[in-house]
Design a protein around this ligand. Sequence first.
Ligand SMILES: Cc1cc2nc3c(=O)[nH]c(=O)nc-3n(C[C@H](O)[C@H](O)[C@H](O)COP(=O)(O)OP(=O)(O)OC[C@H]3O[C@@H](n4cnc5c(N)ncnc54)[C@H](O)[C@@H]3O)c2cc1C
Length: 243
Amino acid sequence: RFVGGSQRIALALAAELGEDVVRLGAPVRALAHRDDGVTARADRGVEVRARRAVVAIPPALAGRIAYDPPLPALRDQLTQRMPMGAVIKCHAVYPEPFWRADGLTGQAGSDTGPAKVIFDNSPPDGSPGVLLAFLEGRFARELGTWAAEDRRAAVLATLVRMFGPRAGEPEAFHEQAWAQEEYTRGCYGAYLPPGVWTSFGRALRPPIGPLHWAGAEYATVWNGYMDGAVRSGEAVAAAILQG
Ligand SMILES: Cc1cc2nc3c(=O)[nH]c(=O)nc-3n(C[C@H](O)[C@H](O)[C@H](O)COP(=O)(O)OP(=O)(O)OC[C@H]3O[C@@H](n4cnc5c(N)ncnc54)[C@H](O)[C@@H]3O)c2cc1C
């Protein structure tokens, strides 16, 4: 685990690069690509011209950028077929990690759910106590349509089953539905439904002219995870520098 949260990596990198390089609040909407370079058009009137572009977002989001000229059929059809998973991340916050006094780690798995994966997500000093519960797959899709208080009750019912009645009375409850996030649209990452890899997989990694692809979904090791995202970025950067 990252003390202080994994976002610290992105924040530290952004601080090092500076505001002239990292343009916040300017999502790329269009990429005009020619043999000799790329022009990226983003919100807030930001326009960047470069010899190459690395599109470092999941394939489903990459497919929503307007390309000029349009991408080859196989590549576009691949991005139509690599959906993001469905996960709602829930945090129940308690004055202390009471389960530890009962000899419990706070880590649990449930075959019935609705929260199927649970971790002790308390900060290193143990104050407050935090249980993290993931709603995944069909549970995220179904409970995602419920009223927030009903979803909270369902998650807490799982925690009470695991850790006893105190788990039912958190002092705070926070949830994050990742499929709602405009610039993520689901997690933990993209997946390949049956037949997609064999029929469309060869369009995943090859660059198209000056356009390159990177990110967790492109990794050959730890695909779909942070480790894989870093490996993919390093591999693409090395390929560009060599080319
Ligand atoms: C709840 C949750 C739990 C997870 N747990 C783990 C874990 O325990 N371990 C692990 O290794 N991984 C975990 N993951 C997966 C991990 O977060 C991803 O694998 C990783 O973030 C992928 O990195 P990336 O750089 O490929 O893409 P991202 O982190 O998705 O980065 C892409 C960036 O591009 C931005 N963006 C999107 N569209 C545009 C656009 N048009 N223009 C400009 N910018 C854009 C996005 O805002 C984002 O900042 C988890 C993910 C979630 C959601």
